[in-house]
Design a protein around this ligand. Structure first.
Ligand code: FES
Length: 644
């Protein structure tokens, strides 16, 4: 049968991009879109549960296509789930606005990228350029080109026996002679290995003439949803430019588990590696655009990411990250030539990665902790990065424990009926007019709404709870608002009427959505509680709570405490550091001495596996309430709710 199907081909055209592809009969429509390079939101990675992959069929025969388990009221009659549709005729389909990703990441996400609290670091980049005027070769002095270079490096800079990359040896003869034996040598001063003596110089490039004034680096945070990067001037210690793009892997699911699963398919790892490299190349292109900096002037690349993203970029099998006992390939990865991964930088550039701690506590957390400076402080700090996989760290200058909490995709808008990633049109803020209890909504980019992002969801639920529109069990109180109605998933509350939206449908929040968010916040809070109890610390003892990550940027602390996501402690102890991971990569690009600190932080972190912890299970169940079943844990919120 499969041979028969392969013999018959069908043409599929995707609108509004107007991209066509010819595929075998029976091909899955989501796979066809991916193959055509057309993005369709697919939070669950094609498992059929998130319903974010809606498409509209304009023409074609779908009689034999599957349309499984989806009630008509969830998908409008003309809408289909791409991941549940097989192609049995030529098709023209439209990807509706709610299934698309904006090409541009909203400006709101671009702010607050530097929140460094680290002190005492010295500007001493790991890349140095040395200008040399070599004595020309003569009959009396006809030593090899490499010997001549080394001899001069020793004489002028006391750099003895510096090893050299073979690619540099290859270009020595022409480069030395091009500008009359005047050359600039680029030397990297660190190996990034966890050893006491890690400042081992190495010649990685040689250029004709004096190029010392041009020395740049790239600092990159590879996130599951977005990639953030900075172009750095290594002479001046300055950020030249910032950029952010979506990680193109997002078409293959919004969380790391979907990505790992996709890697198990034939060619899956290669495909996801290719997509992340393509995203990196886009961001490099953006960074260099409208500057006078040429790609040849990039000499260094420092990268941090969660363990899955890092392994996929390196082409390392991620399967064992999600299989007990959850082992990463390596905690310290050796530097790799960036060009060997397909990254469009000169072939002398090495990419260095932050060390990781475990399968789910990666280099991005080590990088963030470094930039937060919590390893320098005696008082106890709580560091958290909220997301699908929420990572938390508790500790000080002497000890650190860490864990990851599988919160599920709700914070990224996944599993929420009208959930979406934080981009233009996402409802981000919400309040109720006291007299009428009518909602006021604010969206990213001030566009008409098309969905709800994670921080919007927290604000909505907190506000509805305070107004009594929902109870502490997350159920609607029908007598409180005319906007509450019976929906397919139980009661729902209309946030915006169809005429007010971009998508031509009422945007609602359902009891199932609320339940999903309660589960997500319960996992984060239970993780925090379990981890702190494991070291006999009470949340009230946190001298500081550091919130990192793009999600944290838009988080309203008071609302997050109201729903029980954050502990009820004095508000002035909370600090946002923005993208701490990116800040850490910048710091290491500016200061080679910090490689030791990064390695030390990674080694001092003790990872606690919550999925096998009984206390975590009971703490999780206790947290499935707004804000918590233990009234004493949230005194200020319970007092406020009683007053209302
Ligand atoms: S339901 Fe189709 S991708 Fe999730």
């Amino acid at each position: 049968l499969s041979e028969f199907r392969k013999a018959i081909k069908h043409k599929v055209r995707f609108l509004p991009d107007n991209v066509e592809i010819i595929v075998d009969r029976g091909t899955n429509l989501l796979s066809a879109a991916m193959a055509a390079g057309v993005h369709i939101n697919a939070s669950c990675g094609g498992m059929g549960v998130c319903k974010t992959c809606k498409i509209d069929v304009v023409s074609g025969n779908l009689e034999k296509s599957h349309r499984e388990n989806v009630p008509e009221t969830v998908l409008k009659p003309e809408f289909h789930q791409a991941c549940r549709t097989q192609i049995y005729s030529d098709l023209v389909v439209t990807v509706p606005v709610e299934s698309r990703l904006d090409k541009a990441v909203p400006a709101e996400e671009k702010k607050k990228t530097s929140g460094v609290s680290l002190s005492g670091w010295k500007f001493n980049p790991p890349i140095k350029k040395y200008y040399l005027e070599l004595p020309p070769a003569t009959g009396d002095d006809n030593v090899s080109d490499f010997f001549r270079l080394r001899r001069e490096l020793k004489k002028a800079f006391d750099l003895a026996d510096v090893p050299i990359d073979f690619t540099v040896v290859r270009k020595l003869p022409e480069t030395l002679r091009k500008k009359d034996w005047k050359v600039t040598t680029t030397i990297i001063l660190t190996s990034a290995r966890p050893s006491k003596n890690n400042n081992i110089p190495r010649i990685i490039n040689i250029e004709p003439g004096d190029t010392r004034s041009r020395n740049h680096a790239l600092a990159v945070d590879i996130g599951t949803t977005t990639i953030c990067a900075q172009l750095l001037d290594l002479n001046r210690g300055k950020i030249v430019k910032d950029s952010i793009v979506f990680n193109k892997q997002i078409s293959y699911g919004s969380d790391v588990i979907s990505r790992i699963n996709h890697c198990q398919q034939p060619g899956g790892l290669e495909k996801l590696q290719e997509l992340v490299v393509s995203s990196l190349n886009d961001i490099i292109h953006n960074l260099l655009g409208n500057t006078d900096i040429h790609i040849e002037e990039i000499n260094f690349m420092m990268l941090a990411g969660n363990t899955t993203m890092t392994q996929i970029l390196m082409g390392l099998e991620p399967k064992y990250l999600r299989l007990a006992p959850y082992t990463p390939v390596a905690d310290f990865l050796p530097p790799v030539k960036a060009a060997s991964l397909g990254i469009a930088v000169p072939d002398h550039v090495y990419v260095y990665t932050f060390p990781s701690v475990s399968s789910y506590v990666g280099g991005d957390i080590v990088s963030g902790v470094l930039s937060s400076g919590m390893h320098q402080k005696k008082k106890i700090t709580f560091y958290m990065d909220i997301g699908t996989n929420g990572e938390i760290v508790i500790g000080n200058s002497e000890w650190m424990v860490t864990a990851s909490c599988s919160a599920g995709p709700a914070f990224e808008g996944g599993g929420i009926k009208f959930g979406m990633v934080a981009m233009n049109g996402a409802i981000q803020d919400f309040s109720l007019t006291p007299a009428t209890l009518e909602p006021r909504i604010e969206t990213i980019g001030r566009e008409r709404p098309r969905g709800i992002c994670g921080s919007g969801l927290i604000n909505i639920i907190a506000e509805l709870l305070e107004a009594g529109v929902i109870g502490q069990d997350g159920k609607f109180n029908s007598s409180k608002s005319k906007r509450i109605r019976e929906g397919l998933d139980g009661n729902e509350y209309v946030l915006a009427w169809a005429a007010e939206t971009q998508i031509g449908q009422d945007i609602v929040i359902t009891e199932v959505d609320i339940d999903n968010l309660i589960r997500a916040k319960a996992a984060m809070y239970a993780g925090c509680h379990t981890l702190s109890r494991s070291v006999n610390v009470d949340c009230s003892e946190f001298a500081q709570v550091i919130i990192a990550g793009n999600f944290g940027n838009s988080l309203n602390i008071e609302k997050a405490i109201t729903i029980g996501l954050l502990p009820d402690i004095p508000r002035d102890r909370f600090t946002f550091i923005g993208n701490g991971s990116l800040s850490g990569t910048r710091l290491l690009s500016f200061s080679s001495g910090l490689f030791d600190s990064a390695n030390k932080i990674a080694r001092m972190m003790t990872n606690i596996e919550l999925s096998e912890n009984n206390d975590f299970s009971s703490n999780y169940i206790a947290a499935l309430f707004l804000p918590h079943t233990d009234e004493k844990a949230f005194p200020s919120i319970n007092a406020k709710l009683r007053k209302n």
